[in-house]
Ligand binder design. Sequence first.
Ligand SMILES: [Zn+2]
Length: 302
Amino acid sequence: MRIPKSLIRMRRRTADFLHGSAVALAYHRVADVDPDSDPHRLCISPERFSEHCAAIADRFNTPTLSEVVTALRTGTVLPRRSVCITFDDGYRDTFTAALPILECSEIPLTVFVSTRNVCEQHPPYWDELLALLPDREAYFAWCAKLEKLSPDARDEQIALLRKAQGTPSSALTAGGCSVTADELSTFARHQLVTIGGHTHRHPLLTVLSAEQMQAEIETNQLLLEPLIGYRPSLFAYPYGTADSFDTTTVAVVQSCGYHAGFTTQWGQIRLGRDLFRLPRIDIASLDVDEALARIESFFGTS
Ligand SMILES: [Zn+2]
């Protein structure tokens, strides 16, 4: 049976009124890039991001994501109409471009970092492919293929492609740069910044065995801890789609001591939600009015 939209809106509004609720936003990069260099639409321009932040600070509460998770864990009331900002992967412009903008509005951010990008300065495979496959159809076909492989098999395929093209790995810098380990150490101590886990090599966790999953999640956590000065307690599943986590994934994330797991499935965060399947919404491609309308819809007010 389909639930009428009016009923969904009323339920969201009631949840927010009674216990408070939150919406977590998922961004990736803040950069002015040619759309051709950004096939996955990961970038939002600094101007548009500034508009988003100013409007969010104006209309919503902006607790840290850790405060929201603690409220859910302890059953305490959340600030009404809370909005949290998250960034995935660990691109350098998260800290050099997004953070100064967030500072202006005093909005905290949580950054879910994949450690291979940082510790080895190894670009995510989608950025490596961008340099190798200028043809968009071929690029997306390869992305779809590589996404379903283990990180080892993925590396092997990219090495073969690179060899076939005679492209040295040092030439592969088409996408954005990752923050360095030293930079991450500094930025992690910023009062607005919380760092969370996002695996070591950004695999689709459900294609791995439980042991491989554990290794990816644990390696990431163990590498992050000395860099950031604490054990990360918030986790985001790479990709975050329905096929990117299952009961085994959730059990492994829990066994590593994480307090919460975030997806990229849309929804309102409220008391009673499964802490390891928490939703986030994407508004990076929207202008400020569209972005606000989308956020408001999750509080049941549009
Ligand atoms: Zn990611």
